[in-house]
Design a binder for this molecule. Structure first.
Ligand SMILES: *Cc1c(COP(=O)(O)O)cnc(C)c1O
Length: 363
């Protein structure tokens, strides 16, 4: 069987032991004589071996305090752009909220929230052409805001917050592309959310970690299924959940435990991203990344070749070396390497050597 090195941004690489485990039990899951794909989500098997176990493992991996609910929802990361204002804006009598603009994903969240309330852009990376996170000392926070939202890692721009901002209102973070890449102090947040198809599982699942006092404030016209409380009250089993993606997330949590947990993964992830940034920085301008070094993403590295005409050749040659999905997002062009947990150090080393050779040949 031939597998390639997959640097795609999402849906993205999954660890091979996870896929093999899923394969080995696909026809007969947990001795039920049925596939996980065929089983009822309210059966005791699903309850014990998926619902309870995934919650317990995720709580332990991230040290999630007891006063936080973990929701396993459907609909993907962008559903949260609407669910958050619908569930929380009413905490501010004037329906106000603060957002930080660091790029394409935060702007989409801002556009959606603006349909429901008065959104204040408290700080923006626009002034530095989205090459840096905005300096926290200049943020114009609104004390009447229902919450403060920011995108922890801009998957397309390759910009990542290296520390958690301070906020007197509940802090909400889109961690779609970096949740579980390193430990995070959950107690600092009101809500953390992530679409699962990048660093966690298959597409279809969205994880929401929410502090209990933020439930029960939904605007009256919020659809039942978009109300967090609906799901918190019933272990995310109000409607039929994304059964397979939820199960697969469970296998990923087990795999992370076997790797030594998030602290161990964080070390490897740092090593991986350092190697590629070093390759770029040592290329005398042959490769370029425009993000300020202290704000560079450890998960997604957009880069460009000085002579952009070489980028198609780069992709073609990379493919011949089994290095795939390195094309940049269509909005920014260029190239991008996503280095999620499941992208091994070996894969990144192979990319590093390929980049060096390509530079030597065409530079
Ligand atoms: C991919 C991504 C999303 C959107 O995810 P969908 O599941 O496609 O809606 C949102 N935010 C960030 C940071 C992302 O990387």
């Amino acid at each position: 069987m031939h597998r390639v090195y997959n640097f795609g941004a999402g849906p993205a690489a999954l660890a091979e032991p996870v896929l093999k485990k899923a394969q080995s039990e696909l026809l007969n899951w947990n001795n039920t004589g049925m596939s996980i794909l065929e089983i009822g989500h309210r059966t005791s098997d699903f309850m014990h071996h998926v619902v309870e176990k995934t919650e317990k493992n995720l709580r332990s991996l991230l040290s999630i305090p007891e006063n936080y609910f973990i929701l396993f929802l459907s609909g993907g990361g962008q559903t949260q752009f609407g669910m958050i204002p619908l569930n929380l804006l009413a905490r501010s009598p004037s329906l106000e909220a603060d957002y930080i603009d660091t790029g394409i994903w935060s702007l989409k969240a801002i556009a959606e929230a603006s349909r429901y309330g008065k959104i204040n852009i408290a700080a923006s990376s626009k002034e530095n052409q989205y090459t840096d996170t905005p300096d926290e000392t200049n943020w114009k926070l609104n004390k009447n805001a229902a919450y403060l939202h920011y995108t922890a890692n801009e998957t397309i721009g390759g910009l990542e917050f290296q520390s958690i901002p301070s906020s007197s209102t509940p802090l909400i973070s889109d961690m779609t592309s970096n949740l579980l890449s390193e430990p995070v102090d959950v107690a600092r947040f009101g809500i953390i959310y992530a679409g699962a198809q990048k660093n966690i599982s298959a597409a279809g699942l969205t994880i929401v970690i929410i502090r209990d006092d933020l439930l029960g404030h939904a605007l009256p016209f919020t659809p039942t299924l978009w109300n967090y409380k609906t799901h918190a009250d019933i272990h995310s089993l109000f409607n039929t959940p994304s059964v397979f993606a939820w199960y697969l997330a469970g296998l990923v949590f087990e795999w992370i435990k076997e790797q030594g947990g998030l602290a161990a993964l964080a070390k490897i992830n740092l090593k991986k991203s350092n190697l590629i940034y070093q390759t770029i920085d040592e290329s005398n301008g042959f490769y370029k990344n425009f993000i300020q070094p202290h704000a560079r993403s450890k998960m997604n590295i957009p880069f460009f070749i000085q002579d952009t005409r070489l980028e198609d050749m780069f992709l073609k040659k990379a493919r011949e070396h089994d290095l795939v999905n390195l094309k940049g997002h269509k909005l920014v062009g260029g190239l991008r390497a996503s280095l999620y947990n499941a992208v091994s150090l070996e894969a990144v080393n192979t990319l590093h050597h390929f980049m060096k050779d390509f530079e030597k040949h065409y530079g």
